[in-house]
Design a protein around this ligand. Structure first.
Ligand SMILES: [Zn+2]
Ligand SMILES: [Zn+2]
Length: 153
């Protein structure tokens, strides 16, 4: 069983970027829980702690123009070209890869619990999260997952 399984939901969620020119609409399966990542790639792209929740690609509808940045050979980060809001991260090497949406764009996600913290040994002092959620160190994560070579602060 995946750690996310108890948090799987099906339904509608609506979000938007800061300026409102990008609309994010979910109608289908998503995970009502947040995973945080403290790798330098995620930290730098957000400018602070990075966290996201997943939605099934066939449930997602986007309105408005977006800009994309290939932050790794296997993933892209998508943002609003007008206001700069980070919108989502997504693996590009699998057609069925989930969208990993920035939770603050969706008002309802304020209730989603934190269930996972990756690169937990790299958490900056200003973003150390209390609780008994799952923690995965850099070494543990990189042993099992694709990552950016030489990920260093
Ligand atoms: Zn915007
Ligand atoms: Zn990361």
């Amino acid at each position: 069983m995946s750690i996310a399984d108890p948090y799987r939901r099906s339904g509608q969620l609506d979000g938007k970027c800061l300026c409102g020119s990008v609309g994010l609409h979910i109608d289908g399966d998503y995970v009502a829980a947040i995973g945080v990542c403290h790798c330098s790639n995620c930290q730098r792209s957000n400018g602070t702690a990075w966290g996201a929740f997943q939605a099934s690609p066939d449930a997602v509808r986007i309105t408005g123009n977006v800009a994309r940045y290939a932050s790794a050979p296997f993933a892209e980060r998508v943002f609003c070209p007008v206001c700069g809001s980070n919108l989502w991260l997504r693996d590009t090497d699998a057609k069925d890869a989930p969208y990993e949406f920035m939770p603050a764009l969706f008002p309802e996600a304020a209730d989603f619990p934190l269930i996972s913290e990756v690169y937990s040994d790299r958490a900056p002092a200003y973003a150390s999260f209390a609780g008994d959620h799952r923690r995965v160190t850099r070494a543990e994560y990189e042993a099992k997952n694709p990552h950016v070579e030489g990920d260093m602060p």
